[in-house]
Design a binder for this molecule. Structure first.
Ligand SMILES: [Zn+2]
Length: 606
């Protein structure tokens, strides 16, 4: 029961864990009031009736209907992100339930009078029958037992005993079970109001006994309008754009927004004239959005030096590097949206200069580049959070972004590879098809520098093939439509000796002996020559399949060392080479007999 705790203490607890309040040093919700006449806006403008709730029309409508029909549940659950007004709503409901009207004869009403003793006592958090508990700090079954103990006693002065349990999802399982017993058979004079940010953590057994109300995240428009009204009431001159910035920074939370507004007004009181957007930005430690654009533009242009200059500048001016990263993330998201829906550039609250710049940038950047930047920034945020020096981490992320901007996107890279070309001179991964396969020969990567272009048409001669290796024989089997033979050769044949006209090999255990005869017939038919095909009692080399496996592993290692792939792997920590795609369809289509090209490395995997 928190009726012994002062409301200010609670306010502080609610805001204390939040980054926003933490980012506003000097803003202490409790002290100011204690210090003097100034009353914190969040308390001063705490809504006292449903009509004061900003942006919660849907919930208010449902609640109004419930009161009008007299069908009030024994328990309510209010859910929504922090700061949208759950506990405030809970207190208004408590009032609505207990209001007796100015003349003391009224019943439950959606419009509590605010003047009767019940209304006033609840507003001042001193009503003996309205009990609040913060489940975040009191999660145990004993806490709940203690609370529920009083359920069987009638209210002292109110119509209903109201139990408000904040952050109800934090209760332990035993605590929920204890609560459930009461919820199953609640006395007539008791109402429960639960508030939670995480409704999914509340057991369904509890939820099923509650009337649920969802509080919406409050839109920036609604917040702006409300803050403008409050600023006017307070006699503070704040520019529209500054108000919009506050609303945006509040991120859906009325309370957070009021806290910022508080500070803005206090700070602004010292200076003359209207409080500008820039002043608020400074106050909040928000990096200038235009700086965000500058930074992003530098990064996308691959200009790491300029990007670092901008960052250093901002940093020296007091910008939080983490916030810089968040801004980049936000802008990237926005640019991506503009790419999909160009109208997004003119979204509410976006200054004209910004929307123009956004459209321009979005037009110049590809979806792939934006998606990649988003991914890298997201990963960067996590990295920076765990880094000993945030600014250093952010620098590294910018360098990485700038560096990678010169690389083709994955799609572009694939296209380039498929086209057989190389985006950066010899930096393309080696195309294995170009290698000269000799049994036990050099790894494919060693000959990567050779051009991979398909042989010119005239290279294909009419002459019959003269395979000079088992690999070429396998390729021949493939192109001449002998898939069974091909597979048998790949999987079962362990080569002992190969020379044109003579092949000696052993077979894998259990392989069909007929391979010998089939191969001899095939070679005779294809080359027009007699081939000596025989089994050897030596064990021979690995099969082509085994070699390919080993080579794939080796290739991955080699590919990983090529500049392009190496930079990709460094840029995306945790990335791995999953498959090595064999390129070079020419091997399959044109088994040339006058060159070493083609072979088992050229076998496209099935
Ligand atoms: Zn009243």
């Amino acid at each position: 029961m928190t009726d012994d705790a002062s409301p200010d203490t609670r306010e502080e607890t609610e805001g204390g864990t939040d980054g926003l309040t933490a980012a506003l040093p000097g803003l202490d919700l409790g002290d100011e009031e204690a210090a003097g006449r100034y009353q914190v806006l969040a308390r001063k403008y705490r809504p006292s009736g449903f009509s004061d709730l900003v942006g919660q029309e849907a919930m208010v409508r449902t609640l109004t209907n419930a009161f009008a029909s007299g069908r009030l549940a024994h328990a309510f659950v209010l859910t929504g992100v922090r700061g949208v007004g759950k506990t405030t709503t809970a207190r208004i409901i408590a009032r609505a339930l207990n209001c007796v009207g100015p003349d003391g004869t009224g019943g439950p009403t959606i419009e509590p009078c605010g003047v009767c003793e019940n209304c006033r006592a609840i507003a001042e958090d001193r009503h003996v029958d309205v009990l609040e508990m913060d489940a975040a700090s009191r999660t145990g079954v004993d806490d709940i037992r203690e609370l529920i103990e009083g359920v069987r006693y009638r209210p002292v002065s109110a119509r209903y005993k109201v139990y408000i349990i904040d952050e109800v999802h934090m209760l332990s399982r035993n605590a929920f079970n204890a609560l459930l017993k009461t919820l199953e058979e609640p006395p007539e004079h008791v109402k429960f109001i639960f508030a939670t940010t995480e409704i999914r953590k509340v057991p369904i057994t509890v939820l099923s006994r509650c009337q649920r109300f969802d509080l919406r995240r409050i839109g920036a428009e609604n917040l702006s309008a409300d803050f403008a009204r409050i600023a006017a009431t307070e006699g503070a001159a704040i520019s529209d754009r500054a108000i919009r910035l506050i609303a945006r920074a509040a991120d859906g939370s009325h309370r957070d927004g009021l806290s910022i507004l508080d500070q803005v007004i206090t700070t602004g009181a010292a200076c003359d004239g209207e409080i500008s957007e820039d002043q608020v930005r400074d106050m909040l430690g928000l990096a200038d959005r235009t700086r965000g654009f500058d930074l992003l533009e530098a990064v996308f242009a691959g200009d790491a030096v300029r990007a670092l200059d901008i960052l250093e500048d901002d940093y020296r001016n007091g910008a939080d590097p983490m916030q810089v990263l968040q801004d980049l993330l936000e802008i990237t998201h926005w640019l991506t949206r503009i790419k999909l829906v160009p109208a997004a550039a003119e979204a509410a609250g976006v200054p004209e200069a910004e929307s123009e710049r956004g459209s321009d940038l979005a037009g110049r950047l590809g979806m792939g580049a934006l998606a990649r930047a988003w991914q890298m920034l997201l990963k960067g945020v996590k990295e920076a959070q765990g880094a000993p020096s945030v600014v250093q981490a952010v620098e590294m992320i910018l360098i990485r972004l700038a560096y990678v901007s010169e690389l083709p996107t994955p799609e572009e890279a694939l296209k380039t590879l498929d086209g057989g070309g190389s985006p950066r001179g010899s930096s393309a991964p080696p195309a294995p098809a170009a290698s000269a396969p000799r049994p036990g020969g050099a790894p494919v990567g060693a000959v990567a520098a050779e051009p991979v272009a398909a042989p010119p048409p005239e290279a294909v001669s009419d002459a019959r093939p003269h395979p000079t290796s088992l690999a070429e024989v396998i390729a021949l089997a493939e192109t001449r439509g002998e898939p069974v033979l091909k597979v048998q050769l790949i999987n079962n044949v362990r080569l002992v000796h190969f020379e044109p006209g003579r092949i000696e090999f052993s077979l894998e255990d259990g392989a069909p002996q007929e391979i010998v005869g089939n191969l001899a017939r095939f070679l005779r038919a294809e080359t027009g020559e007699r081939w000596m095909v025989s089994l050897s009692n030596q064990s021979g080399e690995q099969t082509a399949a085994q070699k390919a496996d080993a080579e794939t592993a080796e290739e991955k290692a080699v590919i990983a060392e090529t500049p392009l792939v190496k930079s990709i792997l460094e840029t995306f920590p945790g990335a791995t080479i999953e498959t090595v795609r064999r390129l070079g369809p020419e091997t399959a289509e044109q088994p040339d007999d006058d060159g070493p090209a083609g072979g088992n490395e050229g076998e496209p995997p099935e």
